[in-house]
Write a protein that binds this ligand. Structure first.
Ligand code: UDP
Length: 245
């Protein structure tokens, strides 16, 4: 698999079907693999958060989640083929899981959201086995209850919605005890699936303006979103901002 580094943060050049095949392989191998959804905010956070950077560098699959990565990859002559946005990919996981019999566990988001997301996914794919939903919390005190539920449910895929970077740090710290073949942080994706948050319209996604939609709906994110112009500046000016690894 071709892998790029954006300022030392890995991103795999995968398409959606390839990523799903990767899941199938990891599930067959019972591998306890962590999947991350990298976007420009991740890249910038990883510049000053060494623990987050280490988690991303150790993850065997880093999906190209952000449109800004595709722009930068083209600019620097290492084009990524496709954006695999976590929020869309969750739907595709649901479809493939229903077809292949993968057992899914939805962890995180506000009380009731994971269960609502499970209902929506199961309505779209009646064969889908959502074997557990639990709000939980990334706080260490919540770990025993989470482990009890996950171990009893025996999922193949654990989707964790605690927001970045907490969810990714939490998965990395508990990967071995969770012992689920594929564990992936999904940020606000369960909110979108459950319909408690709206994604940007398709035309905005295609123009790479999903960030603007988010900023309009959640203006308190402005400070965090300063990462986007900083990312663009570094991509334009930094030697070796994007390289093949
Ligand atoms: N969340 C949670 N527990 C926490 C912090 C966050 O369940 O302690 C959930 C929150 O309800 C939301 C998701 O994590 O469903 C984070 O969404 P956000 O859009 O902030 O994440 P991002 O996509 O920016 O990583």
């Amino acid at each position: 698999m071709r892998r790029l580094a954006f300022l030392a943060v890995p991103v795999d050049d995968v398409t959606t079907p390839e990523a799903l095949d990767w899941f199938a392989h990891a599930i067959a191998g019972r591998s306890c693999a962590q999947v991350c959804t990298v976007n420009p905010e991740f890249v910038m956070a990883a510049q000053h958060n060494g623990a987050f950077r280490a988690v991303l560098q150790a993850a065997p699959l880093c999906l190209p989640d952000g449109q800004g990565l595709l722009w930068a990859s083209r600019l620097r002559g290492h084009t990524l083929r496709e954006r695999v946005a976590g929020s869309s990919f969750v739907w595709r996981i649901g479809a493939r899981a229903a077809a292949d019999g993968w057992r899914i566990f939805l962890l995180g988001a506000a009380e009731g959201v994971a269960a609502a997301a499970a209902q929506v996914l199961c309505a779209a794919h009646p064969a889908l086995q959502v074997v557990g939903t639990y709000s939980g919390s990334p706080h260490p005190d919540a770990l025993p209850a989470i482990l009890a539920q996950v171990h009893a449910a025996q999922p193949d895929v654990l989707l964790v919605a605690y927001g970045a970077p907490q969810q990714d740090l939490w998965i990395a710290a508990n990967r071995a005890v969770l012992a689920v073949p594929v564990m992936m942080g999904v940020g606000g994706a369960l909110d979108f699936v459950a319909g408690v948050a709206q994604r940007a319209p398709q035309w905005m996604q295609q123009l790479g303006l999903e960030w603007l939609h988010r900023l309009l709906l959640q203006p308190w994110r402005w400070r965090r979103m300063l990462a986007l112009p900083q990312f663009a500046w570094l991509m334009l000016t930094q030697p070796d901002a994007v390289r093949e690894i």
